[in-house]
Design a protein around this ligand. Structure first.
Ligand code: ATP
Length: 319
């Protein structure tokens, strides 16, 4: 293993830079050349590959986004696209790849692996929607951003005696809504994994109002449906002025939390170690606070489940 390539693909996540830094510095420490591939699989197809050095990753550990940039690349899903990528890997003499991204990115990595390229994957997505790992890089930073927004919205909710829906990211996975809802003291948490009863939400609005609560926060994951329609229904059924805030891409940015930086630094280091030990087709994860590596196929097939216990605690605490 003389040359390692690194790329970031799919949605960006805070902490990707810390992971890139770790891959680059661990490689150079081990006297391995490291190549940065720009814009995910797009750059791999088009040969956007540059050698990195210690200074290439200076001053990035605290920055959100990804200095290698990211992209979606449909061409990479085709046989022709894969062959182009394999050719670029050969031309640049890349002996192994560290791939950072979410489950789509991992599927692409699996194709490279099946074609004989040693690959190690690092889970980076704010959604925390990968079942094989407790957490993905970027998730806790996104949760901090949402909690900060909820606290601010709560101030104005209290001043006006309104209900406020805070729509957060999560099409199939409600973890951002669940974790930020619990940490932000939301009165209701609405996630795609759990049946949602509008009458139950309205009952909570009325109960809160009756006991003198001035604010009412509803954390809603985007995958559940249209937040404005939910707000309209709440307003009609409870008579409480209900506003919607869609947080959108603000959740993707920002300086990564210490937790994300540490996880990213450990995983970047481990990814290089695995490649140097001739391991391939591995996905890094965190289980019970330990960095683990598991088979990439197993990672791709692991079912993501909502933490029901946490969901119930949030319900109890918001009565
Ligand atoms: P996020 O969770 O943030 O959306 P992701 O990695 O799941 O991140 P995707 O857009 O699903 O994001 O995938 C990123 C890229 O990975 C795609 O643009 C494509 O190049 C590649 N990819 C996705 N699915 C496949 C697949 N089935 N086969 C080959 N490559 C794939």
């Amino acid at each position: 293993m003389r040359t390692i390539g690194v790329l970031t693909s799919g949605g960006d996540a805070p902490g990707m830079n810390a992971a890139i830094r770790s891959v680059v510095r661990t490689s150079i420490y081990n006297k391995v050349k490291v190549m940065g591939i720009k814009q995910g699989y797009n750059g791999l197809l088009n040969g956007e590959v540059d050698e990195m050095n210690l200074s290439s990753v200076a001053d990035i550990i605290h920055r959100g986004g990804t200095m290698l940039r990211s992209a979606r690349c449909d061409e990479f899903k085709t046989e022709e696209g894969l062959n182009k990528a394999l050719n670029v890997i050969k031309v640049f003499g890349i002996d192994g790849l560290v791939v950072l991204g979410g489950d789509g990115t991992f599927k692409g990595a699996k194709n490279l692996c099946d074609a004989g390229v040693p690959v190690v994957c690092i889970p980076c997505t704010i959604d925390n929607d990968m079942g094989y790992t407790d957490y993905t890089i970027g998730f806790f930073t996104a949760v901090e951003t949402v909690v900060d927004a909820i606290s601010k919205i709560r101030d104005t909710s209290t001043s006006h005696g309104r209900a406020n829906i805070v729509e957060v990211m999560g099409r199939r996975c409600g973890d951002i809504a669940l974790y930020s809802g619990l940490a932000g003291g939301a009165e209701s948490i609405i996630v795609p994994e759990m049946d949602f009863d509008i009458d139950e939400v309205c009952k909570r609005v009325i109960q809160g109002r009756n006991r003198g609560k001035l604010h009412h926060i509803i954390a809603l994951a985007e995958g559940v449906g249209n937040a404005y329609e939910v707000a309209k229904e709440i307003e009609e059924k409870t008579g409480t002025d209900t506003r919607v805030t869609i947080l959108g891409h603000i959740q993707r940015g920002g300086s990564p939390t210490a937790f994300d930086r540490i996880m990213a630094s450990k995983m970047g280091n481990k990814a290089v170690e695995l490649l140097l030990n001739n391991e391939s087709g591995r996905a890094l994860g965190m289980k019970c606070n330990e960095i683990v590596d598991i088979d990439l196929d197993e990672a791709l097939n692991a079912e993501k489940k909502l933490d029901k216990e946490m969901y119930e605690i949030a319900k109890i605490l918001s009565i």
